[in-house]
Design a protein around this ligand. Structure first.
Ligand code: 5AD
Ligand code: SF4
Length: 459
C-alpha cells in the first residue's frame, strides 16, 4: 500500500503554493495525500513566520502530533516553511518528535531528504540557489485558478519583515519556464492564473535583457485558453508605467492591484525602509488610476510600528481616505526576532495599538461600504465558481422566487453572489452580472443583467 501523508499549511498564498509543490514531489515519490492525518505515515507542517501568533500555533500543533506519535511510533513528522527555515535545529531541539526540518529553499531536495531520514533526524535549512531548469511537479488545489510563482525571495529588507531572512534573496524565474507552467495549468483545465512573488513587480530587475514585469504580463496573455491573469504582491517603489500600462492594455489582466502602503507617515516609512513617502505612494495610486480605469486597489497596513505617534497614525488614516482602497489587510505590529525594527525604541503599548487598529478598521469599513454601494447598477464580468447556498444579499429574492444562486469573482476580485434567471452557468464561465447590492464582504447581483426578475424590488 502506498504511504500516506498529510500536510497542514499556515500563512500566505506563497506557502500554499509551496504546499502544492511539496505535494507534487511526494506524489512523485509514491506517497498519497490524505486529509485524515490520523492515518498518515508522514505529517508535514508548512509554517509561517510573519507574525508571532503564527509561530505559537506551530508548537501547540507539534505538541498534539507528538502525542499521536507515541501511539504510532512509525509516524514521521516534518516541519517546513518560513518558521522552520528561521529556527532550523531549534525546532528539533524543542520538540524531539520532529524527524525532518527543511527550509523554503530546500523543497526540491525533499526526495533526497526523505531517504536520509532512515538514518535519523534530518535538518536542512541551508540557503541554495533555485533550480530553474524545469517546471517543478505541482499538485494544484482547486480547478479554476492556479498559482504560479514567478520569483523567489525578497531583497527589500523592510525593517519589520522576516521574509528576506526566511526566503532568501530574490530570484526571478526565467520567463520561458513561467510560460510553460502557465500552459501546463491551462492544459489541466485552469482558466485563471495568479502570479505570486513577494515583490512581483521587481520581476527581472536583476537580470537585464530579459522580460520586465510588464513584458511578462504581455507575454502571458498570449497563452491560448487562459482567461484571466492576476498577481500579488506589488511593491510601490517598483510600480511604474511599464506595469500599469500593461495592466491597462491587456484585456486578460484583471484590474486589481494589491499595493501595500504599510504606513502613512514619512518618518515611519523611513524607519520601515520602504523607499517612498506618503505623497509618493499616492502618486503611484494616481498612475494606476490613470492607466487602469475602474481599477480596484487593495493594501496592507501596519499600526503601532515602533515610535509611531498619534500624529503619524493620522497620516495612515489620511492615506486610507485619499487612496480609496476597496479593502485592506490590517496588522498590529509584531516584533520579529532578528529584524532591525525589533530592536527599535518606542514600542507602542498594546492598548494604543488596539485603539488605532479599531479606528482604522472602522474607517476602512465605511470606505469599503461606500465603494461597494457605488457599484450598484453596474455590470461586472464574473468568473463563475459554483453554486452558492449562503444567505442572499438580495433580501431573500432567491428563496422567494425559487431561482438558483451562484458565486464567483469579479475582475476586481470582489466576491459576487448572484441569482440566475435562466439556464445555469458552468464553473469557469465568464458572465456579466448586474450588481444589485454592494455589501461589505460581497456583492449581490443577477445574471443576465437585462433580466426583469428583480425589477419590482430594485437595488
Ligand atoms: N508585524 C505586523 N505585520 C507585518 N507584516 C509583515 N511583517 C509584519 C510584522 N512584523 C504584514 C505587512 C505585509 C503583510 C504580508 O504582513 O503588512 O505586507
Ligand atoms: Fe517583507 Fe518588505 Fe519583502 Fe514585502 S517587500 S516581503 S514586506 S521585506
Amino acid at each position: 500500500m502506498a504511504k500516506r501523508f498529510s500536510i497542514f499549511t499556515y500563512g500566505c498564498q506563497m506557502n500554499r503554493y509551496d504546499t502544492e509543490t511539496i505535494t507534487g514531489h511526494l506524489e512523485r515519490e509514491g506517497y498519497e495525500r490524505s486529509e485524515n492525518f490520523e492515518t498518515a505515515d508522514l505529517i508535514l507542517l508548512n509554517t509561517c513566520s510573519i507574525r508571532e501568533r503564527a509561530e505559537q500555533k506551530v508548537f501547540s500543533q507539534l505538541g498534539r502530533l507528538s502525542r499521536l506519535k507515541k501511539e504510532k511510533p512509525g509516524l514521521k513528522i516534518a516541519v517546513c516553511g518560513c518558521f522552520a527555515t528561521r529556527e532550523g535545529e531549534g525546532i528539533a531541539k524543542r520538540q524531539p518528535a520532529v524527524d525532518l526540518v527543511f527550509g523554503t529553499q530546500n523543497i526540491a531536495e525533499l526526495p533526497r531528504l526523505l531517504g536520509r531520514m532512515t538514518e535519523g533526524r534530518v535538518v536542512d535549512v541551508a540557503p541554495v540557489e533555485p533550480d530553474f531548469t524545469e517546471v517543478a511537479p505541482i499538485r494544484r488545489e482547486g480547478d479554476l485558478s492556479a498559482w504560479v510563482s514567478i520569483a523567489r525571495g525578497c531583497d527589500n529588507f523592510c525593517t519589520f519583515c522576516v521574509v528576506p531572512y526566511t526566503r532568501g534573496p530574490e530570484w526571478s524565474k526565467p520567463s520561458p519556464l513561467i510560460v510553460e507552467e502557465v500552459e501546463k495549468a491551462v492544459a489541466e483545465g485552469f482558466r485563471e492564473v495568479t502570479l505570486l512573488g513577494q515583490n512581483v513587480n521587481s520581476y527581472g530587475r536583476k537580470t537585464p535583457g530579459g522580460l520586465t514585469f510588464g513584458g511578462l504580463l504581455r507575454r502571458l496573455v498570449e497563452v491560448g485558453g487562459l482567461l484571466r491573469v492576476r498577481f500579488m504582491t506589488s511593491h510601490p517603489k517598483d510600480c511604474d508605467l511599464d506595469m500599469v500600462a500593461a495592466m491597462g492594455e491587456c484585456a486578460k489582466v484583471c484590474e486589481h492591484l494589491h499595493l501595500p502602503f504599510q504606513a502613512g507617515s514619512d518618518e515611519v516609512l523611513r524607519r520601515m525602509e520602504r523607499g517612498y513617502t506618503g505623497e509618493e505612494y499616492l502618486a503611484k495610486v494616481d498612475l494606476f488610476r490613470k492607466h487602469v480605469p475602474g481599477g480596484v486597489l487593495t493594501s496592507d497596513v501596519i499600526v503601532g510600528f515602533p515610535g509611531e505617534t498619534d500624529r503619524d497614525f493620522e497620516k495612515t488614516l489620511e492615506i486610507l481616505h485619499r487612496a480609496r482602497f476597496d479593502s485592506i489587510f490590517m496588522f498590529k505590529y509584531s516584533p520579529r526576532p532578528g529584524t532591525p525594527a525589533a530592536a527599535m525604541p518606542g514600542r507602542v503599548p498594546e492598548e494604543a495599538m488596539a485603539e488605532r487598529f479599531e479606528e482604522a478598521l472602522r474607517l476602512q469599513r465605511r470606505m469599503t461600504e461606500d465603494l461597494h454601494r457605488e457599484l450598484e447598477g453596474q455590470v461586472l464580468e464574473v468568473m463563475v465558481e459554483g453554486a452558492w447556498e449562503g444567505a442572499s444579499p438580495c433580501q431573500g429574492c432567491q428563496e422567494d422566487r425559487g431561482v438558483a444562486g451562484f458565486s464567483g469573482r469579479s475582475r476586481g476580485n470582489h466576491r459576487v453572489q448572484f441569482i440566475v434567471d435562466g439556464p445555469a452557468p458552468r464553473p469557469g464561465d465568464l458572465v456579466d452580472v448586474k450588481v444589485l447590492r454592494g455589501g461589505l464582504h460581497a456583492l449581490g447581483g443577477i445574471w443576465p443583467p437585462d433580466s426583469v426578475l428583480m425589477e419590482d424590488s430594485g437595488p
